[in-house]
Design a protein around this ligand. Sequence first.
Ligand code: DAH
Length: 340
Amino acid sequence: MKQALETIRRTADELIAAAADERAVEDLRVRFLGKKGELTAILKQMGKLSAEERPVVGALANEIREEITEQIALRTKALADAALTARLASETIDVTLPGNRPAQGMRHPFEQVLGELKQIFLGMGFDVVAGPEIEYDHYNFEMLNMPKSHPARDTQDTFYITENMLLRTQTSPMQIRTMEAQKPPIRIICPGRVYRSDAVDATHSPIFHQIEGLVVDKDITFSDLKGTLEVFIKKLYGEDTKVRFRPHHFPYTEPSAEMDMSCFKCGGKGCSMCKGEGWIEILGCGMVHPKVLENCGIDPEVYSGYAFGIGLERITMMRYGIDDMRLLYENDLRFLRQFK
Ligand code: DAH
């Protein structure tokens, strides 16, 4: 029996030292020390020994068990250390290598100009609101003094979803929605997408953007309109920019006007950008029609207001000297990267 124990000691010694990984070490632990292991098998036969032999063999068996246990622990630690060393070696980072520059995007020219515009109006105490692009005929036309038979509707043909629902042709319906939801004083701008059944060319697109403005309070006059819009244009295009107002007609303002600014390219002398005029049309505006105020439950005897509608495409093109609107929608990176 002593011999058998010595054989176990030797074999375990060799095999554990040679075990290649933790799994192999575990297998050896089961093989020698497990319930059905070789050492246990020997101990089970102790009963056959004489009373003198038993303690001697028992002591030897315990000694061997401790030895194997210790060796297993040592081997397991050695293997773990080696694995860590190997990992550290294989994962070294060469900090002197050039890095990969992460691709950095930039905001679309629309967003850049819109961002500036919002800042200007926020600075003058306006709120920025948003509204639905699928709109009721009621808000897009009716409440703005454009009943079903009104000729002004001809210029704003759009995409109808039902007879009473359409893709909004202008951001002006947000004037009505705002006045219905909120009593004066009102000071808002509303940027957003609008739709018309127009064919695409250098200055038209069936989807484009407007920024609506609305101010309603006591004692609001045309001077407030002029002053505010002049400050806005000067902030966006520079202090030397001049503006002029021409009489116009919109069904929801009275009086109405169109505002021109002096050409940002030639300063008013006349060039290809302004088609020799020196002036560029930039927005429509006017004093909110008393009927529109009444439609929204605001007393035109007490309150007055002004409104304006700016085309975002136009002011963006002016800002950067872009001569074809299609460039703004094509998402050609060679074009967009110029606005970084
Ligand atoms: N809604 C007009 C358009 O689409 C622009 C406009 C003109 C808006 C005058 C206004 C305004 O609020 O007062 O052409």
